[in-house]
Every structure is written in structure tokens, then in C-alpha cells.
Ligand binder design. Structure first.
Ligand code: PLP
Length: 420
């Protein structure tokens, strides 16, 4: 038997590191909703995790000027000095955190920051504590890096927040990291200084455990909520905390693919080793090395150092939409929506819908069934809690127009009323 025949007969076998990772539920629902739209169905998609605002003009201008200056070549491995300086100033100005330039890293989105951090630090079987509901990528990235996600259910009774007793119960000698995300995707829950304190006190007792905080939605907080970040609150943890952030959500720059982090220099150095063999440097609209990386970085400098007033206006607009969605959902019998402190998502309980029967005679057994029903019957695409590790819930992204949200809520209410 020739080698070629063997390969042909065997077919493609995925590596074991991705064997348990499927295509994300969010992408599957999005693909189905888009296919329905192409078939002429009036589908409203409330699944996207990106602001509906445009990238601010002064940011676009900065990108254009960078192109005209000829800044279209590879850049320094983990960020241009100009961008690292802007990030350094941002951390100091907004978070009271002082990082040196070699304690800052820039990557192709916060997603790659997480990936670099896990690749650089996890050995097979190392445990990573992830409170649920969690942003879907956390657990997949940990698994790709051969780590073991340890999921802790944090339901609505604790405001979808991790508590110190649950955290301590989950820590073992193999725990490498704890992930915290505030405000959270998908729950919108945020940790105040008082919410963080018991967790940080607990972590002080376990010096082998590192803390990864994802502050991606820092600027999108409501009702005067005071955003804080753990390394600022507890300086004794700074030497084992990676503070992750990015321009995607606050500055409506999801396609520019720039994320950053501040952390201990040895970790930052190891993350640069991973990045050097993955993308060479932070890039633009794709993960290819040939992208005009410097352009996205120049734009991000403008985002972080330019006017910040528009953030308040945009957040006020998100808050109006949050109020519209929360009150609309809570007006529907058997749905239960907690008021989120930030981000642009609601995460509603749908336990009251389980056991109900659709007009076509199908029993709703899970939150995924409920979401499938809303898509089929109401033509509204939302994402089941199962995609975020906590059921029975569903996530709505309200980063869309008030008119569309109003229409979607009316359709959801009518579809729920048709259940028996
Ligand atoms: C909580 C959270 N962290 C990180 C990211 C990734 O952001 P980026 O676009 O910078 O990769 C997302 C994107 O949805 C997110 O929701």
C-alpha cells in the first residue's frame, strides 16, 4: 500500500486538541438566520456582538494619514511604541495602573491576547476557572491550549457573579488561572469594588493562581456604575494579573482587530514569543501577516488619545435600548430578565417556557429549543444560554436600532403567547 493510498483512505483527521470543539452556536444561528433572510424571510438578528455605530471619523482619518505616510510595513512584534505609549497612558489615566512599556502587549484583537496568554502559560491538564455564563471563546481557547476549563455556574441569584466561596471551592493545586469578565458578555453583569473585594482577598491566599481580567466593555456601563479593575483595587495581585482590553467595542472597531493587555513582563515576553510565530505583529482586518498592521495601530492610537466625549453619548443610547429590552422582556409572562449593569446584552431566564408546546406540536425542552422556536416562528435570532455554559437562558444583543428592537420584542411576545 502506498503512502498516498493510506492518506486517501484515512481521510482528514482533526488534531485531538480541537476534537471536542465545535463551530460556535452563535455562528450556527447566525448562518441559519442569514440563510432565512436570503430566502426573503424578515429575520431580525439580535445575535451579533458588535456595536451598530460606525468607527469615529477621527480614527478613520488617523488610519488614512498612516497609509499616506507609508506606514504599511510590519511593525514591532507586539505593538508600535506609539500605541504602547497610548495604552500606557490609558491605563494610568482611566485605571490608575502604571505599566512600563515592556509590560504592555498588543495583538490582533483581545481574542488573540487571550490565545497568546494561554499558549504561553498553560501546560497540559492545567486548570482554568471560568465562571459561567462566559464568553464562548474562553473555554475553547483553554482547550486548544491543552488546558482544562473548570466551569462554575453563577446564576441570576448571585447576579451572574462569581462568589469567593465558589472560587475557593474550585481552586486546586493544578489551577493556573481564574478568568473574570466585567461587564460580562453575555450577562451584562459587572463587578463593583465591593463585589470584587472578597474574590481578591481569596486569591491572595493562593499565590499559584493567576488572574485574567477581561475589561473589554469597560466604557459601556449604566446608571452611573463605577467601573474598577482588580489590579487597581488590589496592587498585591498586580504581579499575577493580566488586564485585557481592546478598542473593538468602545470605539466600534471590531474589524480593525486590535486588542491589548498589561501584565507582568515575563508573561508579556512569553506571549510575544507565541505571537511572533502566529501573526508577526498586530494586524488589521484579517489574521494574515501581510495586512497593513500599522494602519490599525495608528487608528487605535487616535482612538485612545483622541476625544472621548462620544463614548458617553453612545453609552446613553445603549442605556435607552437596554431599558427598552429589559422592560419589554419582563412584560412577557414566564420570562425573567435581570437589569444588566453594562455591555450591550440581556441574559434572560426562560425556565418558564420549558415544557410548553409550540403551535406545530413540538415540546420546548431546552433553551436551544426555545431559541429555535423564536427563529422559526417569530423570525428573531437570539442565542441560547447553553452556548455560554448556563441554561435555561437566552442572550439578546441590543446593539441595533430601537425600531428593530421594538419590532423584535412584539414578535417575541406574540410567539410566547402562542405556546400552550
Ligand atoms: C468579553 C469579550 N472579550 C473579548 C472579546 C474579543 O474582542 P476582540 O474583537 O478584541 O477580539 C469579545 C468579543 O466579543 C468579548 O465579548
Amino acid at each position: 500500500m502506498t503512502i498516498n493510498t493510506t492518506v486517501k483512505e484515512a481521510g482528514f483527521l482533526p488534531a485531538s486538541r480541537i476534537a471536542s470543539i465545535g463551530v460556535s452556536e452563535i455562528l450556527k444561528i447566525g448562518a441559519r438566520a442569514n440563510a432565512m433572510k436570503r430566502d426573503g424571510k424578515p429575520v431580525i438578528i439580535l445575535g451579533a456582538g458588535e456595536p451598530d455605530f460606525d468607527t469615529p471619523d477621527h480614527v478613520k482619518q488617523a488610519a488614512w494619514q498612516a497609509i499616506q505616510r507609508g506606514e504599511t510595513k510590519y511593525t514591532a512584534l507586539d505593538g508600535t511604541p506609539e500605541l504602547k505609549k497610548a495604552i500606557r497612558e490609558k491605563f494610568q489615566r482611566e485605571n490608575g495602573l502604571v505599566y512600563e512599556m515592556d509590560e504592555i502587549t498588543v495583538a490582533t484583537g483581545a481574542k488573540q491576547i487571550l490565545f497568546n496568554a494561554m499558549m504561553a502559560s498553560i501546560n497540559p491538564g492545567d486548570e482554568v476557572i471560568i465562571p459561567t455564563p462566559y464568553w464562548t471563546s474562553y473555554s475553547d481557547i483553554v482547550q486548544i491550549c491543552a488546558g482544562k476549563p473548570v466551569l462554575i455556574a453563577c446564576d441570576a441569584s448571585s447576579g451572574f457573579r462569581l462568589t469567593a466561596d465558589k472560587l475557593e471551592a474550585a481552586i486546586t493545586p493544578k489551577t493556573r488561572w481564574v478568568f473574570l469578565n466585567s461587564p460580562s458578555n453575555p450577562s451584562g453583569a459587572a463587578y463593583s469594588a465591593a463585589d470584587y473585594r472578597p474574590l481578591l482577598d481569596a486569591l491572595l491566599k493562593y499565590p499559584h493562581v493567576w488572574l485574567l481580567v477581561d475589561d473589554m466593555y469597560e466604557h459601556i456601563v449604566y446608571d452611573g456604575f463605577r467601573f474598577v479593575t482588580p489590579a487597581q483595587l488590589e496592587p498585591r495581585l498586580k504581579e499575577r494579573t493580566l488586564t485585557v482590553n481592546g478598542v473593538s467595542k468602545a470605539y466600534a472597531m471590531t474589524g480593525w482587530r486590535i486588542g491589548y493587555a498589561g501584565g507582568p513582563r515575563e508573561l508579556i515576553k512569553a506571549m510575544a514569543v507565541v505571537q511572533s510565530q502566529a501573526t508577526s505583529c498586530p494586524s488589521s482586518v484579517s489574521q494574515a501577516t501581510s495586512c497593513p498592521s500599522s494602519v490599525s495601530q495608528a487608528a487605535s492610537v487616535a482612538a485612545l488619545t483622541g476625544p472621548q466625549d462620544f463614548l458617553k453619548e453612545r453609552t446613553a443610547s445603549f442605556q435607552r435600548r437596554r431599558d427598552l429590552v429589559v422592560s419589554g422582556l419582563n412584560a412577557i409572562d414566564r420570562l425573567d430578565c435581570r437589569v444588566p449593569e453594562g455591555a450591550f446584552y440581556t441574559f434572560s431566564g426562560c425556565a418558564g417556557m420549558l415544557g410548553k408546546v409550540t403551535p406545530s406540536g413540538k415540546m420546548i425542552e431546552t433553551d436551544a429549543d426555545f431559541c429555535a422556536y423564536l427563529l422559526d416562528d417569530a423570525h428573531v435570532a437570539v442565542v441560547p444560554g447553553s452556548a455560554f455554559g448556563l441554561s435555561p437562558f437566552f442572550r439578546i444583543s441590543y446593539a441595533t436600532s430601537e425600531a428593530e428592537l421594538t419590532e423584535a420584542l412584539e414578535r417575541i411576545a406574540a410567539a410566547c403567547a402562542r405556546l400552550s
